[in-house]
Each structure stands twice: as C-alpha cells, then as structure tokens.
Design a protein around this ligand. Structure first.
Ligand SMILES: Nc1nc2c(c(=O)[nH]1)N[C@@H](CNc1ccc(C(=O)N[C@@H](CCC(=O)N[C@@H](CCC(=O)N[C@@H](CCC(=O)O)C(=O)O)C(=O)O)C(=O)O)cc1)CN2
Ligand SMILES: [Zn+2]
Length: 768
C-alpha cells in the first residue's frame, strides 16, 4: 500500500526540446503541419509512459500545449477575438499561433495577444481578451482528444484544466482592463466547465484536476462570491461519476480554505512548499470535509534540489492528524523544472545526486508516498530514506570565509550613493552633453544564427578562443558603425558574446554550476537554461570590462556598459535552499559591484544594470511585499552602484511596467535612468510616474520588440507626445521596450531609424 500519487503537470517541451524544434521548423515552412502534430503526439505518449513507469497514480493529460495553456483555455471557451476569427484559417493551430505571435501575411495583419508573467515564474501566458460580442461556448475537443489518446495507450489519465476563476481574473477587456463579472459572463463560463466535467464523466475519467492558482492571491470584494457561484454550477455536473480536484499552488489559500472545504470538492490540492505554514494551520483549524482528499503538494515544482523526505513525511503526517484521506502530489506543475538529470555528465556524480529534475521528481513522489504509509520499522529499514537523509546530513558545501567577511563589514553607508540624485543628474547633464530626449537601446542586438553557430563552434573546440573573440569584435564594430549611421546617442556593444544575460554572468562568477540541457520554457517555444547557485558567490575575474572598453575605443559616442543586476541573476538561476535569497542576493551584489567599479575605471561613463526580473518575484500577497522581498531586494541594487562617481550615470531596465504599486520602491533603487516596457495599458504607469513625482529619468519603451512589425516614424512621434503629456521633458529617454536579441536585423534597423528620426523631429519642434 502506498498513498495516492498525483502529478499536477509535466514539461511538454521534450527531453531535447523536440517540441520547440518542430514548431519553429513549421513556422519557417521547413516541416508540415502533420509532422508537427505527430511529433507532439509522440511526446505526449513518451511523457505519459514515463509517469506510468514511475507508478504515478494520477497522470495529467491536457497539460500539453503548442504555445500556452491559457491560450488553449481561451480557445476552449471560444474566447477568440474577431480579428483572429476573420483570418479564417483552415487549421485550428494556425489561429492559435496567430493569437500567440501575431500574423502578417496574405490573410491580414494582426498583432499577438499581450503576454504576462505567470504568477512568480519566468513563464509567460497569453492574456485572453473578452468583449461584449464574445460568444462563450465549448469550442474545442482538445482535452477529450488527449484523454482518449492516452486511453488508447492503456493509460487512464487525469485531465487538467485552468479553472474558471483564474481564467476570469486573468482575462481582460479590449482596453486591457479587468472584466466586469456580470451574471451572463459567469454563467456562460460555468456552463462550459460543467459541460466539460459531464463529458469527462461520460468518457470514464476518474479524476479531473482544475487549477485555481489565482486563489493564492489577496481577495478583492466579490472574489469569494465569484468563486462560489462558478463552482456551485460546475460541481453538480459530476453526478457522482467523476471526482474533481481543486488544485492550488504558488502560495496558501488560508483566507478561503474554510469556504473551499465547505463546497465539497473531492480533492483539494495545497502547496506545502510555498505557503506551507498557513495552509497547514488552515487545515488544522477548519478540518477536512468527510469525502475530501487533501493533495499534499510536497514535491517542489519550482526548484531542482532533491526533496528532503523527512520534511515531506512530517508534512504528510501533520495532515494525517486531521484526516485519513491524504494523497501526495507535486506542489505545482513540473513545467517549471527541466526534464531530466540524465545526460548531465558535466556534473560530478556527488554533485548531480543533489538534483532532481522532472523525471527524478516522479521517483521522489513515489518514494515519499510509499514511506508515508510505512510503519516505523519499515522506515528504519528503508534504504531510500537512509540515502535521502545522507544528502542533508552535514554541510553540502564549505562557506567562503572571504565572502562572509565582506558582508559582515558592510555598513549603512555602503547602501547609499552620494550626492543626492538631483545633484548628480545636473552634473551628468554637463559631463555627458546629451541632447534633449536622448536615444538609446536596451543592450542586445539580434543574436543571429551566425552568432550562435560561432558560440557552438567554440564549445565544440572547432575554433580557438582568439578566433571567437575576433568574430565577436567584428560584430561589435559593425553594430557600432550602424548605430552611428542612424544617429543614436548612447551606444551599446550589442551583447553578442552572451548566450543569455544570466548564464553568461554565472559563467564568470565563483559558486555557479551549469547544465548542458536543463531547458525550461519561458514563452511559446523560447526556453532558458538557468545556472545553479551551488556555493558562495564572488567574482572570479572582470567579466565585461574588456568588451566594453574595446567598444568604447571604437567610437566617440558614449558607450553604455551592460550588466545584469543581483536580484535578476538570482531570480533567473536555481537558488540554494540552505541559505536565504537575501544572503545570495547580497553576495551577487558585491560581485557585480566589483564589475561596476572596474567598468568605471576603464572609462565607461554610463552603466546599465538590468533588473528585468525584479517585479517577477514580488510576493503574491501584499503583506509580504516589503518584509519578505523589497526590504532587501532594493538595497541590494543600491549596494551595486553606491560607490561610483557622481558623473557616472547608472541606468536600469525592467521588462514590464507593472510597477504602479511599487513605484516608490523603484525610485528608491536610486538609479539615474530606467527603461521599461510600455506597450498597451501603460499610460497608467505614466500616471503613476507623474503622481509619485518619480525622480529617476525614464525611457518608457516607444515600440514593442516582441513583434517583428516595424513601427512608423509617425507612430513613434505620437507615442513621444503621449509621454511628454505626463513627464518632464528633461527626464525623458527614447528607447525600445526591451533588448533586440530575439529580433532579426531586417526589422531592427528600420525600426531604430524611425525611432531616431521621430526623436529628432520632436526635439526640433521643442526647440522652436
Ligand atoms: N534567463 C532569461 N529569462 C528571461 C529573458 C532572458 O533573456 N533570459 N527574457 C525575457 C523573455 N524570455 C526569453 C526567454 C528565452 C529567450 C531566448 O532567446 N531563448 C533562446 C535560447 C537562447 C540560447 O541560450 N542560446 C544558446 C545556444 C543554445 C542552443 O540552443 N544550442 C543548440 C545547439 C547549437 C549548435 O550546436 O549548433 C542546442 O543545444 O541544441 C547560445 O546562444 O549559445 C531560445 O529558446 O531559442 C529570449 C527571451 C524574460 N525571461
Ligand atoms: Zn527587457
């Protein structure tokens, strides 16, 4: 006997990113739709069989997606804006891709739906758009098809759906505003879910998992009523034939646990990693309904370290004091971890044994479930438990005393830059001699096939480091020349030498480890390969100084130095679990501080320190914002730049402009200039900048780089005038939304040319 085991979701990209490769080949016209479909089918079968082999009881289906599961949910509900329907594609995949990435061709010209971060992850979902004309109805057979596909293989799966509450809370109207949850809308959405539940009952599904991660956020007035009225209509469709698991993750649901428990779900999934204490306390306080099973989310879906069985068993035990009905589950979908440690032979065995990726987590789940039902004697005799315990006995890695000493000697003054910003801004204006509305870019230029191929050649030893450097210098030269020609003011070197803005820095810091193939989906087919923080972090050697100094030597313009900030390096790496995030960020801050000072010494006058991921890890509950995050994250950034001269201009960049609520904290980073994304719905952030008396100079992106579309000069001019309505002209910078690494040269240069001419035209107008 062992407790029931359940996996919330499995990575779909494939062990070797097969799904990414076939979809991108299809987009390029290098393979057929049928080939793409059949690769997808093979991957689904492989992933189900792996889970079956690991003796998982509740194996998910419908966790597959060609692009994004929110987009799939929108399509399931027929939430497809007219502009995509009008393209009248023959195949559903073509409509899906048009919504996900835009379409420009013989059938028309539409932009993609907006993309946002999925809670506190580096995964992005597409934001469904609902208007009064939306005809909500069951519009797809995808969940049923995949269930039947598995059934044909002899595997009974648990279909997974994003729940109606989360869907409605994340969907927007065409003005990018929250929806009015009127009765008609709520009933229509509930009716589709009820139909889906009934259909699965008919198909013979035992369990359905409905994910409601939005439940872990603070509740607004009406939220609980909305949740209740949805499920009051959905749950009766079970008719005693199918069980519904209400699954939550990324935090606790203590504020609604009582309500949820009273609704009579067959299962309630709780995250016992994030929000562990609150969830446990709620279960202890309110109990568990008689026919409800608690799914104990003990296997972390957000990190790659081995599970500590003793801790997991303790959590299961605590629940068993309240109810006998406890299943063991992943804490969230495994979508956010890489596929398998198999093949990571670059890691020594006694290092690799500390890691569990998705495939290894399946075994962990099974072993914890077996142990959860074992007697004390059986536990004592368990080789698995003993081996697991050994991983956590003693210290895994020796601390670096030099790092500890440096941190201990920090004083408050190390976190404060002098003189005050207003004074610096004056000095910088004189020192840098830039025009009004200075133009710049965010750092990277297109990472072409040739650039990546050159890096692959170096990795394989086919070229020497000297040859590689020579190639990159030529790239830099060409990029600088081009920037000068079109008339940008503050130049960049282009970041060609970097594989990724985080992994590259990791490779030049002590304390990091790297994998060959540990890819995780970020958006669509785009993946990232986060480095692992293994030990204490310090700078091994100057990282960017030679490249930036070289670039500066090739131009009379100001050359901006480009760094990634400590919060972002940590957030886009796999952090340690034996010391706090705050401690790790401080170590990183000191390492990057060394780099900042070396860049300054090398004559770099403008230094950008990207904090692209700062907003991403803002805790989901407001009460946690400061004490659990901002109170150390913002000072860590200040520590990085506090020692530079007043005339050295510090820039930062954030990919998203969702920081209205924390605008004062962003200002308190004490950067001189910030650039950020400001496409649709952003006018709100300009209001916040205005109302908060934001001191930092700012470049709200004037065009969207996530699309290949070229913005016209007029469009950009309009945009600049919009910005000038809300901001002091002396504080405005003109730049794109984000880095250009994912774009092609064909659209990049004409877009930037239009940006420069637009800025010049506005400047000329202002001078009159
Ligand atoms: N870490 C991180 N998170 C981020 C961003 C970011 O830039 N970095 N940006 C935001 C948006 N997210 C993004 C996520 C991925 C990419 C992206 O460009 N990903 C590339 C991977 C780029 C990469 O690391 N390429 C390697 C090459 C690795 C590779 O694919 N090699 C081939 C083999 C190549 C060969 O041997 O020929 C392979 O392994 O199969 C390199 O340049 O060196 C992709 O999925 O296509 C962009 C933005 C938010 N989160
Ligand atoms: Zn960005």
């Amino acid at each position: 006997m062992s407790a029931l085991t359940s996996v919330s979701g499995f990575p779909r990209i494939g062990q070797n990113r097969e799904l990414k490769k076939i979809i991108e080949a299809y987009w390029k016209g290098n393979t057929t739709l049928d080939e793409m479909r059949s690769t997808a089918k093979e991957l689904r079968a492989k992933h189900w069989k792996l889970q079956q082999a690991a003796a998982i009881d509740l194996i998910p289906s419908n966790d597959f997606s060609y692009y994004d599961q929110m987009l799939d949910t929108a399509i399931l509900l027929n939430v497809i804006p007219q502009r995509y329907q009008r393209l009248a594609f023959e195949n559903p995949e073509e409509t899906l891709f048009a919504m996900g990435r835009g379409y420009q061709g013989e059938k028309g010209d539409v932009t993609a739906l907006p993309m946002k971060k999925w809670f506190t992850t580096n995964y992005h979902y597409l934001v469904p758009e609902i208007d009064s004309a939306t005809d909500i109805k069951l519009n797809s057979t995808k969940p049923f098809d995949e269930f039947n596909e598995a059934k044909a293989l002899g595997i009974a799966t648990k279909p997974v759906l994003i729940g109606p509450y989360t869907f409605l809370k994340l969907a927007r109207n065409p003005q990018a505003e929250e929806l009015d949850y009127d009765k008609g809308l709520v009933n229509a959405v509930a009716a589709v879910y009820a139909e889906v539940v009934a259909k699965f009952a008919e198909l013979g599904a035992q369990w359905i998992q409905i994910d409601e991660p939005y439940l872990v956020l603070d509740k607004e007035p009406g939220d609980v009523e909305l949740f209740k009225s949805l499920y009051a209509k959905i749950l009766p469709a079970r008719e005693g034939k199918v069980k519904v698991l209400l699954n939550t993750y990324f935090g606790h649901i203590a504020d609604v646990y009582e309500t949820v428990n009273l609704l009579g779900f067959d299962g309630i999934g709780l995250d016992l990693n994030e929000g562990k204490d609150e969830n446990l306390a709620a279960v202890e306080k309110y109990g568990v309904a008689e026919n409800t099973t608690i799914f104990a989310g003990v296997i972390n879906g957000r990190n790659i370290w081995r599970n500590n069985y003793a801790v997991s068993l303790g959590l299961v035990d605590a629940l068993k004091q309240v109810t006998a009905n406890v299943a063991v589950s992943t804490a969230s979908s495994l979508l956010h971890v890489p596929f398998s440690t198999e093949g990571e032979d670059g890691l020594a065995d006694d290092v690799r044994k500390h890691f569990a990726f998705a495939v290894q987590k399946l075994d962990e789940l099974h072993e914890v479930a077996v142990l959860a039902d074992a007697s004390d004697d059986e536990k004592k005799a368990s080789a698995e438990l003993a081996a697991n315990q050994a991983l956590f006995d003693g210290t895994r890695v020796a601390a670096d005393p030099a790092v500890a000493k440096r941190i201990a000697s920090l004083t408050d003054a190390d976190f404060v830059r002098q003189p005050a910003r207003a004074e610096r801004q004056k000095e910088q204006r004189e020192a840098l001699n830039l025009p009004l509305l200075p133009t710049t870019t965010i750092g990277s230029f297109p990472q072409t096939k040739e650039v990546r191929a050159e890096r692959a050649k170096l990795r394989k030893g086919e070229i020497t480091k000297a040859e590689y450097d020579e190639f990159m210098k030529n790239q830099i030269d060409a990029c600088i020349k081009h920037q000068e020609e079109i008339g940008l003011d503050v130049l960049v070197h282009g970041e060609f030498e970097r594989n990724d803005m985080v992994e590259y820095f990791g490779q030049n810091l002590n304390g990091f480890l790297f994998t060959k193939n540990a890819w995780v989906q970020s958006y669509g087919t785009r993946c990232v390969k986060p480095p692992i923080v293994w030990g204490d972090v310090s700078r091994a050697n100057p990282i960017t100084v030679e490249w930036s100094a070289y670039a500066q030597s090739r131009t009379d313009h100001v050359m901006k130095g480009m760094l990634t900030g400590p919060v972002t390096i940590l957030n886009w790496s796999w952090p340690r679990e034996d010391i706090t995030h705050e401690q790790q960020t401080q170590q990183l801050a000191l390492a990057i501080r060394d780099e900042v000072l070396d860049l300054e010494k090398a004559g770099i006058k403008v230094i950008q320190i990207d904090e692209a991921a700062l907003r991403e890890k803002l805790p989901l509950r407001k009460t946690d914002w400061h004490k659990k995050y901002l109170d150390w994250a913002i000072p860590a950034f200040r520590l990085v730049h506090s020692a530079v001269k007043p005339t050295t201009q510090i820039h930062t960049h954030m990919c998203y402009s969702e920081f209205n609520d924390i605008i004062k904290d962003i200002d308190a980073m004490d950067a001189d200039v910030i650039s950020f994304e400001a496409s649709r719905g952003d006018l709100v952030v300009l209001d916040a900048i205005h109302d908060a008396n934001f001191e930092t100079e700012a470049g709200p992106g004037v065009y969207d780089i996530h699309s290949p579309r070229i913005p016209s000069e007029q469009e950009i001019k309009d945009r600049i005038y919009e910005i000038l309505k809300k901001m002091d002209v002396e504080k405005v910078w003109i730049n794109p939304d984000c880095g250009l690494k994912t774009r092609g040269n064909a659209e990049t240069w004409p877009s930037l040319e239009n940006l420069v001419t637009a800025a010049k035209a506005v400047r000329a107008k202002l001078a009159k």
